[in-house]
Design a protein around this ligand. Structure first.
Ligand SMILES: [Zn+2]
Length: 168
């Protein structure tokens, strides 16, 4: 294979923006806190709320159906949430997997959290777990990232799709 074949021009927009990443904070403060405080769940694309936790669509998805489970409170560390909140977290992750499975029939899932900026957390100050569907052969992370730039309209559709299967 010659070096020419390794060149992939479509990666450049991602590489060029990788330093800044998604805007985790804006003038109004923490994005997850703002979503947690939203009064219009459809507009905020919040799928569910419990006493301590909530479930929301990821505005910068790696793939369609990428959702996040986070505490309502601004807490960074997994070991800082209460046992009750941890129980709700686990139940919501189970419900999220069930809903994504029903809506997308994926071959597998990525479920997990990045704790701290060094671990790749997009919003390091506010704990959040990712749930995203995966399919066989869907291994090109860079393509997924690049596709994220054309997904905004699709996120609303993903929200409606997941809302329809989310148990009430
Ligand atoms: Zn927050």
């Amino acid at each position: 294979m010659s070096l020419d074949h390794l060149w992939a021009g479509w990666r450049m927009p991602y590489i060029e923006s990788a330093g800044s990443g998604p805007p985790s904070h804006d003038a109004e403060g923490c994005v997850l806190c703002r979503l947690a405080a939203a009064t219009d769940d459809r507009e905020a694309m919040v799928l569910a709320r419990t006493g301590h936790m909530f479930v929301v669509m990821n505005a910068y998805p790696y793939t369609s159906g990428h959702i996040m489970v986070a505490p309502l409170e601004h807490v960074a560390d997994l070991d800082a949430i209460s046992r009750e909140a941890a129980g709700e977290l686990t139940e919501l992750l189970q419900t999220a997997v069930r809903a994504v499975r029903a809506a997308y029939q994926p071959a597998g899932f990525n479920v997990g959290a990045n704790l701290g900026a060094a671990a790749g957390a997009g919003i390091p100050g506010h704990l959040h777990f990712h749930v995203l569907p995966r399919w066989g052969g869907d291994t090109n992370f860079m393509t997924s990232i690049a596709d994220a730039r054309v997904l905004p309209e699709a996120i609303g559709a993903s929200f409606e799709k997941l809302r329809a299967v989310w148990p009430s």
